[in-house]
Design a protein around this ligand. Structure first.
Ligand code: ARG
Length: 568
């Protein structure tokens, strides 16, 4: 595909004897179409050329010539505006889509690089809450996008399966397991046991002592305690897996905090040797006050490790196992300090510089539910599985009412219901807090997943009505030069750059917004143009454009985790 920006940069670079990439970095897309397709801000050269921007613009314009790709160059203030030849643009986009099909948009910028995406990471024997839903969705999207761009991608679920609370849970289980129906409703029942034993610990010091002993035994690998812990882990995973199945999410590695048990000691030893480890009230800490990052605790006064130590052990393991270029942690912004601390501490561990630099906390905001049944349930704990199933059920109701004869109703309702929840999580800048409101999530005409699916289905029905997809050679590009068609073409052209932006910023919402724009531009095109036409050339061109849009919508939405329905 022709890279117009790069061509323009090349032209300019030749005249001013500057690096092409630097020039390319300066080129902007003007805020409105009348100002051309690309703009070069001449003030960027004012220093080097020691001239005023308008004079530079004047001089450059004189030297640059138009060619087959660029129709027109104009001066506007200190800017040079470039107008791309629209038939060439149309051809290059559609040709690329015809060649690459569902791979359109993928460049190989990730080749040879390894990126770890750590996401989901719920805690066993505790509810999978709506925040975990968000990391699962965001992480899965980033995972897919990196993979699409050629990165060697590793998806890790860093399960929270370790901590002193398991000593308590074991004690509670020993005492009362027969009173609870753990098989049927594991997490809820284990939570009840946990709350009960916790209360008892507050009253009776000897119970607390017994819990501590259980945890010690667990750490030592005692058979009874380990088997119980494994059971808690298994039943929790069964619940989590039901959610992952609904969302269509998979991991390459499920490696919980506990699995680093044999290497925490090494972390402590290395830090000890580095001289960075100091003692404070019996605890071992790394003091990061000098860099404004507080104090990072490494071991508690009783010698046991904490969350941070386990994360440090995990980083060492990942660096050794994957030699990663990037390791992304998709975790709520509440944990920002924790990550700033552990990333800082890696400087004192045996972790290659490359890996240290690649550590990044991808922060997302909280989700609040509008009032209703979901938000009041037991102290704000929403059962995520119920929420997903409710979404599917709500869609099913609409289908039953509006399209009762639809084939594979359940399957289609699932694609739409789940797609709606996924898209909702991704359509705003991820660090922003969100309100979950069914009226927004399932609004078929709003900026939602169902809207994108609906427009996709529309492109499909155009192809069905036409009864064929023309071959690329049959497309006459001059038939797609009206405003609406060109707006679609321009959006299609942007796809690859959008994906690169997502990766630059680890911000999948850029892709979500893009899909809304693409779908919207197609909707305008569809409303303004008769697609099935007596003029065969017009029809071919418009049907082909519909095919191209459907292809890109499907790829793009698929990268976010949405499946496309067949009918809507
Ligand atoms: N299990 C933690 C929680 O639910 C999230 C873990 C995040 N990942 C990490 N490497 N610390 O809050």
């Amino acid at each position: 595909m022709i890279n117009f920006k790069s061509l323009i940069a090349e032209k300019i670079a030749k005249e001013v004897e500057l690096d092409k990439n630097e020039i390319e970095g300066y080129i902007e897309v003007p805020p409105n179409e009348d100002m051309g397709d690309y703009a070069f801000p001449c003030f960027k050269l004012a220093k080097t050329l020691r001239k005023a921007p308008p004079a530079i613009a004047e001089e450059l314009k004189g030297k640059l010539s138009v060619d087959g790709n660029i129709d027109k160059i104009e001066i506007a203030g200190g800017y040079l505006n470039f107008y791309v030849n629209k038939e060439v643009l149309t051809k290059t986009v559609l040709e690329e889509i015809s060649e690459k099909k569902e791979k359109y948009g993928a460049d190989n910028s990730g080749e040879g690089k390894t990126v770890i995406v750590e996401y989901s990471s719920p805690n066993i024997a505790k509810p999978f809450h709506i925040g975990h839903l968000r990391t699962t969705i965001i992480g899965a999207a980033l995972y897919k996008i990196y993979k699409f761009m050629g990165y060697n991608t590793v998806g890790i679920n860093h399960l929270g399966d370790y901590g002193t609370q398991f000593g308590k849970l074991i004690e509670g289980y020993k005492r009362w397991s027969s009173e609870y129906n753990i098989d049927e409703n594991p997490i809820e029942e284990l939570m009840k046991i946990y709350i009960r034993i916790n209360d008892l610990c507050k009253e009776d010091e000897s119970v607390l002592e017994a819990c501590r002993e259980n945890f010690r035994l667990l750490e030592e690998g005692d058979k009874y305690c380990t088997e119980l812990w494994e059971r808690f882990r298994d039943v929790s995973l069964q619940e989590f897996n039901r959610i992952y199945d609904l969302l269509g999410v998979k991991f390459d590695s499920l490696k919980g905090e506990a699995s680093y048990a044999d290497s925490w000691g090494e972390v402590v030893d290395i830090l000890e040797k580095s001289g960075k480890l100091t003692e404070s009230d019996g605890a071992k800490i790394v003091d990061l006050e000098d860099v404004g990052k507080g104090v990072c605790m490494i071991t508690k006064s009783n010698g046991s490790t904490i969350y941070a130590t386990r994360d440090l052990a995990a980083i060492r393991y990942r660096a050794k196992t994957y030699d990663f270029d990037k390791c992304l942690y998709v975790v709520a912004y509440e944990q920002a300090l924790h990550f700033r601390q552990i990333f800082e501490v890696t400087k004192y561990l045996d972790i290659p510089k490359k890996c240290q630099k690649g550590l990044e906390h991808v922060q997302y905001g909280m989700v609040r539910l509008t009032t209703g049944k979901m938000s009041t349930r037991e102290g704000n704990v929403v059962k995520v599985e119920d929420l997903l199933r409710e979404s599917i059920a709500r869609v099913k109701e609409v289908i039953d009412e509006k399209d009762p004869d639809m084939e594979n109703k359940d399957e289609e309702a699932k694609k739409i219901g789940i797609g709606a929840v996924i898209f909702n999580s991704l359509c705003t800048t991820i660090i922003k807090d969100q309100v979950f409101d069914w009226n927004t999530v399932l609004n078929f005409t709003g900026e939602t997943g169902p809207y994108i699916q609906y427009i996709y289905v529309r492109t499909k029905s155009v192809l069905e009505k036409a009864g064929y997809v023309p071959s690329f050679d049959e497309v006459k590009f001059d038939k797609l030069q009206d405003k609406q068609s060109l707006s679609v073409i321009k959006n299609l052209y942007k796809f690859e750059e959008i994906l690169k932006n997502v990766i630059d910023k680890n911000e999948p919402s850029i892709l979500a917004r893009y899909l809304i724009d693409l779908a919207g531009s197609y909707s305008n095109f569809y409303n303004e143009n008769k697609i099935i036409d007596e003029d065969k050339d017009i029809q071919n061109a418009r049907v082909y454009l519909s095919y191209a849009v459907g292809t890109v919508l499907k790829t793009g939405a698929g990268l976010l985790g949405l499946e496309m329905p067949n009918r809507m």
